[in-house]
Design a protein around this ligand. Structure first.
Ligand code: 5HM
Length: 324
């Protein structure tokens, strides 16, 4: 029943995953919409830095970064993610303030436990431990009245031969939207923890209970497969050293750039400064104040990592077409 699909880039994985679904998927019905499904596949991404999918050329990289920093904000505020993914999470929030299925508080502050710090501490003390597990879904989610509960079950970190591997278990994963976003966020967390432990980044493994494609995404998925392959540049390695002060600085910058899209890019390592530049371009292209296009072009010119080029072009060209 279950298959193992291995590739070095997320696009190769997505491509093989969609072909597998089209060949073997069983049609199913659910309240969220009809879908086709395969059960139990495992995906292996041998180069977790090749985490940006061409499927994200429709500006999805900004929602992937938004989701990552939403988790890193250590909370599950609706306002935070609604900025990056308008409307979707509105439907996932019962109180219109928080999102139960969000991972920020579950990763960093779950009943007062910082699960990320626990894993870092455990692997620092006992590098070969088999106990470095973060639990996301919880017993009381399963009998919750709310429709939206986490799709991720656990994240297990294994440090072997100086490399930090991550094994993620998901109960449910939507191939078209959820899968590339989840891989982006989890491989970034894997690299953040590897840097904290001063070890190499290993392999990323992702196992899914129900791996599915909604009927409403079949056309988009077909287009994606027909687009053919492009050479996607992997993200650069994260700078060496403890990354958490940099993350804190980006979170502060992110809060400011929503209000003032012309906020100055902080002086940081180019890797992190590029993330700030992407956040600034997102804010400028979303709010579209006078002078936005010139500011975007100037910021885009300063980006050091070429991996982001196609995503920026896609977003800035829309702004150019609207003459702001
Ligand atoms: O009925 P269920 O709770 O599985 O529906 C949630 C939908 O969101 C599914 O299509 C699931 O695969 C998708 N999803 C995802 O792919 C949701 C989350 C949020 O936890 C996620 N990835 N991270």
């Amino acid at each position: 029943m279950s298959v193992r699909i291995e590739a070095s880039t997320v696009d190769d994985l997505l491509n093989k995953a969609l072909q597998h679904l089209f060949a073997k998927g069983e049609p199913r019905k659910a309240t969220r919409g009809d879908f086709c499904e395969v059960i139990g596949p495992t995906f292996v991404l041998t180069n977790p830095r090749a985490r940006l999918s061409r499927s994200e050329s429709r500006s999805k990289v900004f929602s992937a970064i938004g989701e990552l920093f939403w988790y890193l904000s250590k909370a599950n505020e609706l306002d935070y993610i609604d900025w990056f993914v308008p409307d979707k999470y509105q439907n996932e929030s019962a109180d219109k303030k928080t999102v139960r299925s969000g991972y920020g508080n579950r990763l960093f502050n779950w009943r007062g436990i910082d699960q990320v710090q626990n894993v870092i501490d455990l692997l620092s003390r006992k590098p070969s431990s088999r106990q470095a597990v973060i639990q996301i879904i919880d017993a009381d989610d399963v009998d919750s009245e709310e429709d939206a509960i986490p799709c991720t079950c656990t994240l297990q970190f294994l440090l072997r031969d100086g490399q930090l591997h991550l094994l993620v278990s998901m109960r449910s994963n939507d191939t078209y939207l959820g899968f590339p976003h989840d891989i982006f966020a989890f491989t970034m967390l894997q690299e953040l923890i590897a840097r904290t432990l001063n070890v190499e980044l290993g392999t990323y493994l992702h196992t899914v209970g129900s791996f599915h494609l909604y009927d409403k995404h079949i056309e988009g998925a077909g287009e994606y497969l027909r687009e053919g392959f492009q050479n996607i540049v992997p993200m650069a390695p994260m700078p060496m050293g403890d990354p958490w002060n940099g993350i804190k600085e980006i979170l502060e910058f992110e809060a400011g750039v929503r209000v003032d899209p012309f906020a100055e890019i902080p002086a940081m390592d180019p890797y992190w400064a590029d993330i700030c530049r992407l956040l600034a371009i997102y804010s400028l292209t979303k709010l579209r104040p006078a002078g936005a296009l010139a500011a975007c072009e100037q910021i885009a010119g300063a980006i050091t990592n070429k991996a982001y080029g196609m995503f920026i072009d896609a977003r800035v060209s829309k702004l150019r077409d609207s003459n702001v």
